[in-house]
Design a protein around this ligand. Structure first.
Ligand code: FES
Length: 161
């Protein structure tokens, strides 16, 4: 045995080494968890399932909603996604936002508004959009926003971000 190494210094070194190993074993998973939470911005890539494709009646926009959980750093929040889905053939879909482009009120589909055809009406300031979301009248500055749509295995997904 090395005469410079005392029992006390050997035990001190061994305890420090064991403490270091324990700290590393406990700290790495916690650090990984914390870094992962902070880096995450969403639990989805923006695609949200909103309906079964066969639940949308061809020729008439259908209001669909879904709840999405989004992670922004430490904060998890649930938001409601809503869209009017349109299809003519049950295979190809369009999705229009139900948020008015004037000041953000919710529009509703009503019959007979635009030349006897259905249109989207905003009750806040009498904004009016046609069935394709184009501006008809009122203070609205732009058409209704369109979302990307995809159909997969009979389900309709919209991308809202
Ligand atoms: S918010 Fe829709 S017309 Fe003003």
């Amino acid at each position: 045995m090395n005469p410079d190494v005392t029992r006390r210094s050997f035990l001190s070194g061994a305890i420090a080494g064991i403490a270091g190993v324990v700290a590393t074993l406990l700290g790495l998973p916690a650090a990984r968890f914390l870094m992962g939470r902070a880096a995450a911005t969403s639990n989805t890539d923006g695609w949200v399932r909103v309906a079964a494709a066969d639940s949308v009646v061809p020729g008439r926009p259908t209001l669909v909603t879904a709840t999405v959980e989004k992670q922004q750093g430490w904060v998890a929040a649930q938001t409601q996604v809503a869209a009017y889905l349109k299809t003519e053939d049950g295979a190809h879909f369009e999705a229009l936002s139900n948020v008015c482009t004037h000041l953000g009120c919710r529009v509703t589909l009503q019959d007979g508004l635009v030349g006897g055809n259905p249109g989207f009406f905003c009750p806040c300031h009498d904004g009016l959009f046609d069935i394709d979301g184009a501006v008809v009248s009122g203070p609205v500055p732009a058409p209704l926003e369109r979302f990307e749509v995809m159909v997969e295995k009979g389900d309709v997904f919209v991308r809202t971000i």
